[in-house]
Write a protein that binds this ligand. Structure first.
Ligand code: TYM
Length: 330
């Protein structure tokens, strides 16, 4: 059975539609026929500003949402990254395998650090991909379901694993990114050439799983559309409509061609109404279930502790193997 690992940062009270369609939906689907490990990567969240009360609340909210959307904690190991110090330990090893140059070429680091300047960006933001590599390699994952924006981080993970194996002996499995064609990049509803993001300048273009249905309906109905009035998929000239078509396609299971037929001769208004209704009804049961689960913090913590125990079996073995290969005295 192939092994799957992925992670999500607890940096918001709610996942957004991009997180869900680009990654988490695949996490749920891959539970059948794979051995699955899913992590709430709180240590990664320390690379931005931290509000301690919020970090705790967001970690619990992430767990509730993952269970609510269908992560089955009997099938999958669902755990909090910081509960396993092995992540930091192998992270250091990966920092010592990576070169300064390759770390400097990571586009996510370049984007984020350019916003705050050299004194604003944390060192942890720079070493972030090496910790992410450790997250993946500790579990000897074959597949890593993520959105398009994570592709480069999976590539560096493969490079580091390969370099380690060549220098010190075969320890790590080389993982493949698992990125679906549709939904791998969901765009902001107000700025449809930017990806939907937790750090968007305005919330009005971001569909949050935990927002009330009325709010999401309003956001979709006021999404920026393009000139013209035909519902046609054309990412370059019609990024707004194309993004809504992608969303509608994933939540209804209809193909893009079928959607074009469905709305032939109708205007943007009808189309946006249909997208809003389909999306909101799709998200409604997930939100309701997450709100229910959040009422029992103790149970969520119990589930996460159980997940950490299951994850520790593999993580500690891989760490030991890597230390041994390096000649660290056991
Ligand atoms: P994070 O927390 O930013 O996002 C979680 C997942 O959501 C995907 N995603 C999107 N997909 C489609 N369209 C979008 N607009 C969109 N925005 C986000 C992301 O690609 C991701 O899959 N570095 C990772 C967290 C991480 C990780 C790992 C992932 C840490 N360790 C190990 C996999 C394996 C991140 O910041 O994701």
């Amino acid at each position: 059975m192939k092994r799957v690992l992925s992670g999500i940062q607890p940096t918001s009270e709610s996942f957004h539609l991009g997180n869900y369609l680009g990654a988490v939906k695949q996490w749920v689907d891959l539970q059948n026929g794979h051995e699955t490990y899913y992590s709430i990567v709180d240590l990664h969240a320390l690379t931005g500003d931290v509000d301690p009360k919020l970090l705790r609340a967001r970690t619990l909210a992430s767990a509730a949402q993952l269970i609510a959307v269908g992560i089955d904690t009997e099938k999958s190991s669902l755990f909090v990254q910081s509960h396993l110090p092995e992540h930091n330990q192998l992270g250091w090893v990966m920092e010592c395998v990576a070169s300064f140059g390759e770390a400097s070429r990571m586009t996510q680091f370049k984007d984020k650090s350019s916003k705050g300047g050299a004194d604003g960006a944390r060192v942890g933001l720079f070493t972030y991909p090496m910790l992410q590599a450790a997250d993946i390699l500790l579990y000897q994952a074959d597949l890593v379901p993520v959105g398009e924006d994570q592709r480069q981080h999976i590539e560096i993970t493969r490079d580091l694993a390969n370099r380690f194996n060549t220098r010190y002996g075969q320890v790590f499995t080389l993982p493949d990114a698992y990125i679906l064609k549709e939904g791998a990049k969901i765009y902001d509803l107000q700025e449809p050439t930017n990806k939907m993001s937790k750090s968007a300048s305005s919330a009005s273009g971001v569909i949050e799983l935990m927002d009330a249905p009325e709010i999401n309906t309003k956001k979709i109905k006021s999404a920026v559309t393009d000139t013209g009035r035909e519902v046609i998929f054309d990412l370059e000239n019609k990024p707004g409509i194309s993004n809504l078509m992608t969303i509608y396609s994933v939540v209804t299971g209809k193909t893009i061609a079928a959607i074009q037929d469905e709305f032939a001769g109708k205007g943007y208004g009808d189309f946006k109404g249909a997208v809003a209704e389909a999306t909101v009804e799709y998200l409604r049961p997930m939100r309701d279930r997450a709100l229910e689960l959040l009422k029992d913090e103790g149970e969520l913590i119990r589930i996460l502790n159980h997940g950490a125990e299951k994850a520790r079996v593999l993580a500690s073995k891989t760490l030991k193997d890597s230390y041994k290969a390096l000649g660290i005295l056991g």
